[in-house]
Design a protein around this ligand. Structure first.
Ligand SMILES: Cc1ncc(COP(=O)(O)O)c(C=O)c1O
Length: 430
């Protein structure tokens, strides 16, 4: 048998849609590839690049794992309803009421195969090609969802002064023409969170803008991605647009799921919560894609969400394990700063991420190379200190010298072992 040939003799752009040809791959995956190659060569790298959990460090809750096995054994293996298993949607309604103080009806909840299809369905339900979608940068993937849906992205540059979160003054000039504002808290990649003082004025702007628009004009919506909301630290309390002002309910779509809160990224159970009429269209979109969450996992998550004792036990230990890793890193960066090295970090607030500053651009390595960009700095630290992090450039941000550290795949000992290597590599720069 000879191998099949796929050479059509046509230019690549002619062989596929403009959307598909213009889609850019993940920058983080390119970096992850470099890290993998280094690991394969025997180096023990501190891998802070992946926004995922290594099950050797963070297992899913045991009570959830056993419920999945039980559900499979009971034959929960056929199609789930396209908006999600009723038991799970009801459990999500109770979770929102209990933990967020929000009283949603069950038809305001849709379940999908992770939070990603919920984001895609939100864009699809609200945004027409050419519509403006406003999002702060650095941002996780909004640039890609904008491309997928033909929207016009309006990235708003943020900086360390606002902990890389947007504020009302930054957003105000851009909301008049916008169809959707995409917000995330706790935020990927920064690990920083809105507080009521920051989010409430943004809600006021949205309400003001929708009051200004005539009833024949499309309204402005907020997509509020809160997949990390169970992970907040150091006195930070998760806040939501609807919790701060119930008048935001018609204009807010929550993106949420089990992936991050239960270290369960591979289970693929996410949910969206919002106005029933919009949720219905999102559910239809998800149904046509077949992007459902697996049925057994849905049954298991439903039972787990209602198992208050198991939830509390898991959340307490998981929370502490993530927090200690973030604090160790933060203390390491602060102690290097005190020692006069060009580093800084923002105290952990939420998610599995720490924002760090490494002002080594323009410095010269011991072998005489000038580090001309943030990516040069990243590569130097990978080679000289086996310390792997992701520059904010990978999150559509122009901010050089700022990086994301993700702690989902490393132990406390790994971090303790790597900090001296980083310190030595930075001290060796001229
Ligand atoms: C902010 C944010 N939203 C959504 C997702 C997607 O989550 P899921 O794995 O459930 O699709 C991620 C994953 O990294 C994320 O960081």
């Amino acid at each position: 048998m000879s191998p099949l040939s796929f050479d059509t003799g046509r230019d690549a752009p002619r062989t596929m849609s403009r959307m598909a040809f213009g889609l850019t791959g993940s920058e983080i995956l390119r970096i992850a590839g470099e890290v993998r190659a280094l690991k394969a060569s025997g180096s023990s790298v501190l891998d802070l690049t992946v926004g995922d959990f290594d099950p050797k460090q963070f297992r899913i809750p045991a009570a959830l794992e056993s419920r999945i096995a039980d559900a499979l054994a009971k034959g929960e293996t056929n199609y789930p309803p396209s908006n999600g298993m009723p038991a799970l949607r009801d459990a999500i309604v109770r979770l929102f009421a209990r933990d967020l103080g929000l009283d949603y009806p069950a038809d305001g909840v849709v379940v999908a195969g992770g939070a990603r299809p919920i984001i895609y369905a939100t864009y699809r339900a609200l945004v027409n090609p050419g519509d403006h979608v406003v999002y702060p940068v650095p941002s996780w993937n909004n640039n890609h969802y904008v491309h997928l849906t033909g929207a016009k992205g309006i990235p708003i540059e943020t900086g360390p002064g606002s902990r890389f979160l947007p504020d009302a003054a930054m957003l105000r000039p851009h909301l008049r023409d916008a169809r959707m504002l995409a917000l995330c808290s706790p935020q990927n990649p920064t690990g920083t969170c809105f507080d009521a003082e920051g989010l409430k004025p943004i809600c006021d702007l949205v309400l003001e803008e929708n009051a200004r628009r005539g009833s024949d004009e499309p309204p402005l919506y907020v997509m509020y991605d809160q997949v990390y909301w169970m992970l907040t630290f150091g006195g930070t309390r998760h806040v939501t647009p609807v919790g701060l002002d119930p008048r935001m309910a018609p204009w807010t779509i929550f993106v949420d799921g089990a992936s991050k809160g239960f270290a369960a990224t591979g289970l693929r159970v996410g949910w969206g919560v919002g106005p029933p009429a919009i949720i219905k269209r999102m559910s239809d979109t998800i149904g046509h894609m077949g992007a459902w969450a697996p049925r057994a996992e849905q049954v298991a998550v439903a039972g787990f969400l209602d198992d208050a004792a198991a939830m509390t036990e898991f959340r307490t230990s998981f929370h502490g394990d993530v927090r200690r890793r973030l604090e160790l890193l933060h203390e390491g960066f602060q102690s290097m700063k005190t020692a006069g090295l060009p580093t800084d970090s923002i105290a952990p607030m939420g998610a599995i991420y720490l924002t760090v500053h490494i002002g080594a651009k323009g410095r010269t390595t011991p072998d005489g190379r000038v580090l001309a960009s943030g990516d040069d700095v990243r590569r130097y630290l990978l080679e000289a200190a086996a310390f792997a992090l992701v520059p904010f450039n990978c999150f559509a941000s122009p901010s050089e010298n700022w990086y994301r550290c993700s702690v989902g795949a490393v132990s406390e000992d790994d971090i303790r072992g790597a900090l001296p290597r980083l310190r030595a590599a930075l001290a060796a720069l001229r």
